[in-house]
Design a protein around this ligand. Structure first.
Ligand code: C2O
Length: 547
């Protein structure tokens, strides 16, 4: 194993898109940020130096952080943010992990511009469980705001309304040719005929799940969230923020008479406003000095599902199965020690006095799990837990079931009450956990990409309507359910996940839509120490930032 050293200088940089130049927060002046490459088992060491006026923290999305809990990154959960002029060294192993992940800022809305791929190749001489690709190409989806994103969210939180939507979606930072004033800012993939490419797709967009397709090419899905899956073909993919998907692209045997658009646009069933534009890049063929990369060659456009095509979304996510072979067995918890039922959804809460709120009927938008809208503390939970001084930072009474019993009957239930609090669930080391995540559909059915830090989990069941505790569990897949770190809770439905709590520490769980995160759709787990030395939370590093 090698140690891979990186320096992330967080600094302002002028970036132009859509004929609009803004000074924005970047890592090393790059947008998207620089990729991190490693091989399974390597140690990754990143020194993050903050040269901007904002507080910063970086999360390594999907890295389990076994014995490096202080490097996870969510601000006020595992660390205080890195203040202006300060630095912090993140230091973690990739032991037992391989695949496509990404890193992103984990404070306020800074992840709008602070993100990049984190790619872990298998150990040397260990092949992929699929044909060796000719080339590998990371494609990271994002969003572009002409305005400063910190101002966008600040304005929304102060007014109690929704934030302004983005001006474009992007592929590797480029909006593409379907936007005004964006012709030059187009991602172009040059491919050769008769080859297999591995596309490493990452959804780093802030607030939208995205459909993705390449005209006249079908894709074979081989990995999700850095875990191998049984390969399957699809013409159109759906990827939620926080999810990654590796796909094989087989190019045409001969130089085709066409250029092919690859396009992404949102899947959205909510009632709020959102950006319903399409980002695109172009697949161009070249062969022995011949190229079809010129404007006279027909540009072929893919067909994408309707924006609210929940049937397509549900069918697609039901196709994922873990590889579950002898080399990569599925270790699904067969029995459950602790079972939880969490409602996830939007709601509204009373408008604070002396304020006019722009939410429904003059209320303030909020989001909650089990009717708790999670409030970020002003000191880090991990630190106060470690020092056994939880006073005032958090309480351990996050409810196992919703505060208001949930029953979705087709009309919005009276379940909008939320309570603010910094509440966590405490569970012993190695507990086998089951969580049913039920969308409440209060302000219109909406899908929520739920992400868990510190673990991968198995998605053992999913369905529409109310979860039925009698009829649904017997249908669970405990043989080869997909394993991931982010799952879409279906619009108007539920998913059941299971995992072993074999990682002591404080672990954030939240909707990966940044706007829902800001509104409180989040909670945290504390997993207690086990008996063995490597089952205990290590002490904090000396340079851990102070609040
Ligand atoms: Cu990718 Cu807590 O997030």
């Amino acid at each position: 194993p090698t140690t891979r050293h990186y320096t992330f200088d967080v600094r302002m940089q002028n970036v132009s898109r859509l004929c609009h130049t803004k000074s924005m927060v970047t890592v090393n002046g790059k947008f998207p940020g620089p990729p991190i490459f490693a091989r399974e088992g390597d140690q990754i060491v990143v020194k993050v130096v903050n040269h901007v006026q904002y507080n910063v923290s970086i999360h390594w999305h999907g890295i389990r952080q076994l014995q490096s809990q202080w490097s996870d990154g969510p601000a006020y959960i595992t660390q205080c943010p890195i203040q202006s002029g300060q630095s912090y060294v993140y230091n973690f192993t990739t032991l037992g992990q391989r695949g496509t992940l990404f890193w992103h800022a984990h404070i306020s809305w800074l992840r709008a511009t602070l993100y990049g791929p984190l790619i872990i190749l298998p150990k040397p001489a260990v092949p992929y469980p699929f044909p060796k690709p000719y080339r590998e190409i990371p494609i990271i989806f994002g969003e572009w705001w002409n305005n400063d994103t910190e101002a966008v969210i600040k304005q929304a939180l102060q007014s109690g309304g929704g934030p302004n939507v983005s001006d474009a979606y992007t592929l590797n930072g480029f909006p593409g040719p379907l936007y005004n004033c964006s012709q030059k800012e187009t991602l172009k993939l040059k491919v050769k005929p008769g080859k297999t490419y591995l596309l490493r797709l990452i959804n780093a967009a802030l607030n939208d799940e995205l459909f993705f397709s390449i005209a006249n090419h079908s894709l074979t899905i081989v990995e999700a969230d850095a875990l191998y899956v049984k390969p399957f073909k699809a013409n159109i993919l759906l990827i939620g923020p926080g999810q990654t998907t590796n796909v094989l692209l087989k190019t045409k045997r001969h130089l085709p008479n066409g250029r092919f658009l690859m396009a992404a646009r949102p899947y959205n069933t909510g009632q709020g406003t959102f950006d319903n534009t399409t980002t695109a890049g172009v697949l161009e063929y070249e062969y022995e000095g011949k190229s079809n990369a010129n404007a006279s060659v027909a540009l072929i456009t893919p067909t994408l599902p309707a924006i609210n095509d929940t049937a397509y979304a549900a069918n697609f996510s039901a196709k994922f199965r873990s590889l579950a072979n002898s080399q990569f067995p599925a270790q699904v918890p067969r029995s459950v020690d602790k079972s939880f039922f969490f409602t996830v959804g939007l709601g509204s809460s009373p408008c604070p006095k002396n304020q006019t709120c722009q939410g429904p009927n003059g209320t303030k938008f909020s989001a909650s799990m089990n009717n708790i809208s999670f409030a970020l503390p002003t000191r880090a939970i991990l630190e106060s837990y470690f020092s056994r001084k939880s006073n005032g930072v958090f309480t351990t009474d996050f409810p196992r079931t919703p505060l208001i019993p949930f029953n979705y009957t087709g009309t919005p239930p009276n379940n909008t009450m939320v309570m603010n609090g910094t509440k966590v669930v405490v569970i012993p080391f190695n507990t086998s956990v089951e969580v049913i995540l039920q969308d409440t559909s209060i302000l219109g059915a909406e899908s929520h990409p739920l992400h868990l830090h510190g673990f991968n989990f198995y998605v053992v069941g999913q369905g529409f309507g109310n979860f039925d505790p009698k009829k649904d569990p017997p249908k669970y897949n405990l043989v080869d359910p997909v394993e991931r770190n982010t799952v879409g809770v279906p619009s108007g439905g539920w998913v059941a996940i299971r995992f072993f709590a074999d990682n002591p520490g404080v672990w954030f769980m939240h909707c990966h839509f940044e706007v829902h995160l800001s509104w409180g759709l989040k909670m945290a787990w504390i997993v207690l120490d086990g008996k063995l030395p490597n089952q205990k939370l290590p002490p904090p590093p000396a340079d851990l930032p102070k609040c």
